[in-house]
Design a protein around this ligand. Structure first.
Ligand code: NAP
Length: 290
């Protein structure tokens, strides 16, 4: 069994981005600039955004954090999105999800200019990805593709089972891996899938993106399978200072001995998600997609 080290690969990619940014600046180009809108004080969202801002500093980007309280109105949020759309110094921006229920999330996503939608959630980018046009690709699935490629894991002709069909992970993941050039045969499972164990246990590659800690057990995994664990659920823990720890969707201790490759949680997919956001921001700054 080989552990897929997302921390190591993400550090390598960050170094590559930093070198490219230095060259851009040396050639008199613009410093890439990412903005993030954060609504409220959810612990998970605070952590993710702090990591994104820190990652920008590490690679030489500028970053701007825009904060709103939980009671921000939809109009106020949409006005800020419009302002960022029109700010020429901002190459790309994200609205950290989830946002409070009184705001229509889809409306906010669709208000972001596709040219600045570095999260790749706008329908224009999703549609472009589906038909194979240049697009900003959702960060987590893009990061998983990078991980598989950097570990030289053959995807072509493989039987991939993606568990989860969300717009930000499972669905785009299934599209990317089945695209011409990657050529996997992909099955997407969800909460209505019948006899999920029978389906998953046939997979050469399992992508678990469910949000249910330790859902994937050893009996669901065939010998030699590759397992990518996207799940990050915060569970209470007496063993950490924060009082919680992250749990993946895979029962790591019993599944890992059966795998040829597996990602840990934390330190697997998570760091790659941030790196993909940086890659998208660099593409936006270079006007490489639109
Ligand atoms: P989501 O929107 O809640 O979607 C979960 C998916 O799993 C849904 O399609 C759901 O099916 C399916 N599902 C739930 N319970 C199931 C069950 N018992 N059997 C089969 N399918 C089931 O979640 P998400 O946003 O995709 O995130 C999934 C996990 O990945 C979460 O833990 C999240 O925190 C994590 N995540 C991590 C990163 C990272 O950077 N590491 C990034 C994004 C997300 P239905 O469609 O039928 O409801």
């Amino acid at each position: 069994m080989e552990l897929i080290d997302g921390k190591k690969i993400s550090a390598e990619i960050k170094e590559e981005i930093a070198i490219e940014v230095s060259k851009l600046k040396a050639d008199g180009g613009k410093t890439p600039h990412l903005a993030a809108i954060l609504v409220g004080h959810d612990g998970g969202s605070e952590t993710y955004v702090a990591h994104k801002v820190k990652a920008c500093e590490q690679v030489g980007f500028n970053s701007t954090l825009v904060r709103f309280e939980d009671d921000v109105t939809q109009e106020e949020l949409l006005a800020k999105v419009e302002e960022l759309n029109n700010n020429d110094d901002i190459d790309g921006f994200i609205v950290q999800l989830p946002i409070p229920a009184h705001i229509n999330e889809q409306k906010v996503i669709e208000a972001i200019s596709p040219e600045k939608d570095v999260d790749g959630f706008h329908p224009a980018n999703v549609g472009r990805m589906v038909i194979g046009l240049p697009a900003f690709i959702s960060a987590t699935p893009a990061g998983i593709v990078d991980l598989l490629e950097r570990y030289n894991i053959e995807i072509s002709g493989k039987n991939v089972v993606v568990v989860g069909r969300s717009n930000i992970v499972g669905r785009p993941m299934s599209v990317l891996l089945s695209q011409k050039g990657r050529d996997a045969t992909v099955t997407v499972c969800h909460s209505r899938t019948k006899d999920l164990e029978a389906v998953v246990s046939k997979a050469d590659i399992i992508i678990a993106a469910i949000g249910v800690p330790e859902f994937v057990t050893a009996k669901m995994v065939k010998e030699g399978a590759i397992v990518i664990d996207v799940g990050t659920t915060r569970v209470k823990s007496d063993l950490t200072k924060s009082g919680w720890k992250l749990k993946g969707d895979v029962k790591f201790d019993e599944v890992s001995p059966k795998c040829s490759y597996i990602t840990p949680v934390p330190g697997g997919v998570g760091p790659m998600t941030i790196v993909s956001l940086l890659k998208n921001t660099l593409l936006a700054a270079k006007k490489s997609v639109y």
